[in-house]
Design a protein around this ligand. Structure first.
Ligand code: UDP
Ligand code: MG
Length: 137
């Protein structure tokens, strides 16, 4: 059984989409094995998105991700990494398929409601960034 790391981003939490997104997660057959509401510090957001440090959108992304609380989650399912990316939809909601979270709720390529690990190595790094093993149940 595979695990992936997910974030409900500040835009979605602020607009009270948390419950609807969680219903889509559980409705798609994921088991929520870890869940916490938190607010990222600037240092956490910079470190979490360090892979994008040289990209033009990095500073704006860090500002966005720290503007309000987020919900961090670990999701479990067979093929969870690809399945969660599929349920999220394309990074730019303008390109996201019908029935995806980003199509339904996201405003634009930056304020796109959710994060998901993009590969097994990414999930393996992102899960312990936010959760101790004892918090995954
Ligand atoms: N992002 C942005 N502008 C872009 C591309 C990405 O603001 O042109 C933001 C957006 O919030 C995105 C995050 O940076 O979710 C990480 O980008 P990535 O390419 O990893 O997209 P994701 O994996 O989230 O689909
Ligand atoms: Mg990414």
């Amino acid at each position: 059984m595979e695990r992936t790391f997910a974030i409900i981003k500040p835009d979605a939490v602020a607009q009270s989409y948390t419950g609807q997104i969680l219903a889509m997660v559980e409705g798609a057959g994921f088991r929520v094995v870890g869940l916490r509401k938190t607010r990222l510090s600037e240092a956490q957001a910079k470190a979490f998105y360090a892979v994008h440090a040289e990209r033009p959108f990095y500073a704006g992304l860090v500002t966005f991700m720290t503007e309000g609380p987020v919900v961090v989650m670990v999701l479990e399912k067979e093929g969870a990494i690809a399945a969660w990316r599929a349920l999220m939809g394309a990074t730019n909601p303008a390109n996201a398929a019908e029935g995806t979270i980003r199509k339904k709720f996201a405003e634009n390529v930056e304020r796109n409601c959710v994060h998901g690990s993009d590969a097994p190595e990414t999930a393996a790094a992102e899960i312990p960034f936010f959760f101790a093993a004892s918090e995954l149940l």
